[in-house]
Design a protein. Structure first.
Length: 241
């Protein structure tokens, strides 16, 4: 049975990357993991939000890198989704680690870009180590060099490369970076890729699977693919049929 990963929490039912979205995912036993996104504030604190700016998902404006954690946490991160979520705020990564510990696996995406967040790898690794969550966390990123850095900091950390497109030399890339998991935009995932990776004991993820046609195609490729979705209810409903 494919494992369900709630994308930015249960973001189809609550504002993404907020306590409300995470709690919905935590409370549903059919959801095996939660994916979230991490940036560094101006003062170097790992915070949970997807975009490089606060404009889309809060009542503020500006880049994450230019705002202190105090400024970020004062913003309303829920009203844009619905009035009932007024008062939801940007969370610290540490708060989410404490919230999910022992309850759900966590996929932490490092939102590195160029030289934006110097030291983000060390800060995230430190928090994972502080809470003894090496076995409950997978650190993922489109920035493969960033994952090499975090693996060098703690070889026990599990890491995953994210792709958009049809990459080559997959096994070589996994070996070079020390990755345990490869994650693909679902439209690029093929039976050949799945068979190669599974035969080499590499975990596979498909993102972001939000329509039933795509869901059925990915399920048909393998029951071992971890499916990331904004709408876990679709996958859960399939299991309950």
């Amino acid at each position: 049975m494919n494992r369900c990963v709630a994308h930015r929490g249960w973001s189809g039912k609550a504002p993404e990357n907020t306590k409300a979205a995470f709690q919905l995912a935590i409370d549903n036993p059919a959801i095996s993991a939660i994916e979230l996104d991490v940036h560094l504030s101006k003062d170097g604190v790992p915070v949970v939000i997807h975009d490089h700016s606060v404009d889309r998902t809060t009542n503020g404006s500006g880049r994450i890198i230019d705002l202190t954690v105090e400024e970020l946490c004062k913003l309303d991160a829920g009203s844009w989704f619905g009035a009932e979520f007024s008062g939801e705020r940007i969370l610290l990564l540490e708060e989410v680690l404490e919230m999910t510990k022992g309850k759900k696996r966590l996929l932490i995406e490092l939102k590195q870009m160029g030289s934006y967040y110097t030291g983000i790898e060390q800060k995230v690794a430190d928090l994972i180590q502080k809470h003894n969550l090496q076995e409950e966390v997978l650190v993922i990123s489109f920035d493969h060099e960033s994952l090499r850095k975090i693996k060098a900091i703690d070889v026990e950390l599990k890491t995953g490369l994210i792709y958009l497109g049809m990459p080559t030399l997959l096994l070589e890339q996994a070996a070079y970076t020390g990755a345990n998991h490869l994650s693909f935009y679902h439209g690029f995932l093929t039976k050949e890729i799945v068979e190669i990776l599974l035969s080499n004991n590499i975990e596979i993820g498909a993102w972001t699977v939000d329509d039933m046609e795509a869901l059925e195609r990915i399920k048909a490729l393998s029951s071992k693919i971890h499916i990331t979705t904004n709408h876990p209810e679709q996958l859960i409903y399939q299991y309950e049929k």
